[in-house]
Design a protein around this ligand. Structure first.
Ligand SMILES: C[S@@+](CC[C@H](N)C(=O)[O-])C[C@H]1O[C@@H](n2cnc3c(N)ncnc32)[C@H](O)[C@@H]1O
Length: 264
């Protein structure tokens, strides 16, 4: 059985759509596939990013790969209006095997779940034409910082990240993107960071990101309850701590993710 931090229930599938909309303004300023025709999307989920890419780049055809048939079924439903521009493939990208070669590749929040990200970078590179563009967005969970001290949030976050490691993933894989691309032979590697640094000078943004963070944290809750790693009381306490940050006059809420662009 596949072990996956966020699970595949309908609430999680909707969260991915909401997340793509909410974080879009942070993710997409560095994405440019306007001169590309044929894009490989790795770990495409329910097609939340696929929809954004199709909208931004009307010339693009996309092959979306995910190893969850449940996600792909939802993606087909979500993107039913684009059947001429999207192909769905059910494969584990660690063993990616397609006949086609692509002039672009896109990853968003996928590599963090994969036990051998280097193998994936090699596999993807072998499916790209010389000069193809790649764009990756990934977590760097060790950058999460907040004030005031919030012990229940700190505990939950530790357990959440440990679950990802136990399932073979890496919650800090964003920090490794440059190395992964370089070792796979990509050139012109450019790294950048995005995310949020919020406090009471921007109360509305602070509220929005705290609500987003609650949903993100709770996406791991069913799996954490299943393995007995966390109790319902601890989930409730984590949420109360986040409300406590929002109410604190000296609140700080900070997180950075990493983006990488390169050429095959
Ligand atoms: C957090 S979701 C992100 C989905 C999408 N990129 C987005 O941003 O909405 C990660 C997706 O990667 C898929 N995934 C994880 N490991 C995979 C693997 N080895 N091969 C293919 N898909 C994988 C999961 O099934 C899940 O749908």
């Amino acid at each position: 059985m596949v072990q996956y931090l966020h699970g595949y229930n309908t609430q999680e599938q909707q969260r991915l759509i909401d997340q793509a909309g909410f974080l879009g303004p942070l993710i997409y300023p560095s994405v440019d596939f306007s001169d590309c025709k044929n894009l490989l999307e790795v770990g495409s989920g329910v097609g939340a990013q696929t929809a954004v890419l199709l909208g931004l780049f009307p010339e693009l055809r996309i092959t979306s790969v995910d190893f969850s048939e449940a996600q792909l079924a939802k993606a087909r439903e979500n993107l039913s209006g684009f059947s001429d521009r999207v192909t769905f493939v059910n494969q584990d990208v660690q063993y990616l095997d397609l006949r086609e070669k692509f002039d672009a590749a896109f990853f968003c929040w996928a590599l963090e779940h994969i036990s051998d990200p280097q193998a994936v970078m090699h596999r993807v590179k072998s499916h790209l034409l010389p000069g193809a563009k790649i764009h990756i967005t990934e977590v760097f969970n060790s950058t999460f910082y907040y004030e005031p001290a919030s012990p229940a949030l700190a505990h939950y976050y530790r357990v959440y990240n440990q679950q990802q490691r136990n399932f073979g993933g890496n919650p800090d894989v964003g920090a490794q993107l440059g190395n992964l691309l370089a070792h796979a032979g990509f050139k012109q590697i450019q790294l950048s960071r995005s995310g949020f640094h919020l406090d009471q000078s921007q109360p509305d943004e602070l509220r929005g990101f705290i609500e987003f963070w609650k949903m993100l944290m709770k996406s791991g809750a069913p799996g954490l309850l299943d393995t007995g790693a966390i109790s319902q009381n601890e989930i409730d306490a984590m949420e109360s701590d986040l409300d406590g940050i929002l109410a604190d006059e000296n609140a700080v809420f900070f997180y950075q993710f990493v983006q990488a662009k390169a050429m095959a």
